[in-house]
Design a protein around this ligand. Sequence first.
Ligand code: G6P
Length: 367
Amino acid sequence: SMVDKGNHKHFMAKEIGEQPMVLGQAIDHYLSKDGKSVNMPGNGLDFTKINRLTMVACGTAYYACLTAKYWFEQIAGIPVEVDVASEFRYREPPITDGTVALFVSQSGETADTLAALRYCAGKADSIVSVVNVPESSIARESDLALPILAGAEIGVASTKAFTCQLTVLLMLALKAAEDRGALSADALAQHLSDLRGIPGLINQAMGAEAHIKDVAQKLSEARDILFLGRGRMFPLALEGALKLKEISYIHAEAYASGELKHGPIALIDKHVPVVVMAPHDELFDKSISNMQEVMARAGKVLLITDSAGLKEGAEGTWQTIQMPQVSPVLSPILYAVPAQLLAYYTAIAKGTDVDQPRNLAKSVTVE
Ligand code: G6P
């Protein structure tokens, strides 16, 4: 079917704006009728027998996997290995007993991811995929394919597919936790009720759009930009940097905040904006002290946090963006939105081709 941009200037803007709707649909799809548990087809996937989850993907889907590692390990107690498909497929990694291999791909056709899947077929206990295109090769060759229900994504830079991937992966982690007895019924119901609040919180976050546009105008003057995050916000820092470089062509890289002192701090001077993604969670104090190390070297900090975080951490920053309060577990899903909007408006300020960035393809089906 034909997909058009509606009133939007770009598919990317349209797809960012669709997130509350498509996330709501994905959540409903996998939620039990009473809203208290996760309803997913089993297809032989038994979480009580899993010793290890191996997740493989490329690009943005890889960062969804990195985020999900925090969820599967912290909530479900399952050890997780994550790798980019192009490395995984040639490394000859041993697949030990009780390994489930999970592949995440918007298109379901990425050549390296498909090759990694084929490497695992017959070795892993089960092949699971999280895909946007249910008729794709990756979906067809999986024992269990979970659709993310994002709808067609046209913009080369992935937005709604990323947050839908995160949502489905979190629900899978919650299901795994329930099956393994790692989560009480009450705690599970609470997580799911928080998750149902996400579309509304994203709508609220979109309220910062005009301000983010102003901040992006300033960011567009930078030559290099650093993204910092810790814990489950670290993969999101990586995704924020990827999004920005993909469409604005500004050099951006991301580090785990705690690694700052092991190298990237040497790059900091008054010309380098540093985007710090730090909701007021259990690691907030650590993030703030990393941020102060940046400011002590004249680095320009753009702090993205909530009201509690602003109260404690705004002093001395260059710019701030306020997000609504969110359950810490869900923060990567919500904070994806300011990361997307920053990249989008920085690219607009630079005048680049947002939907069709140079040298990039929506789906890389050859090696
Ligand atoms: C390309 C796209 C990225 C995408 C990656 C993986 O590089 O430009 O946006 O994240 O492929 O694609 P997949 O379809 O496997 O998720």
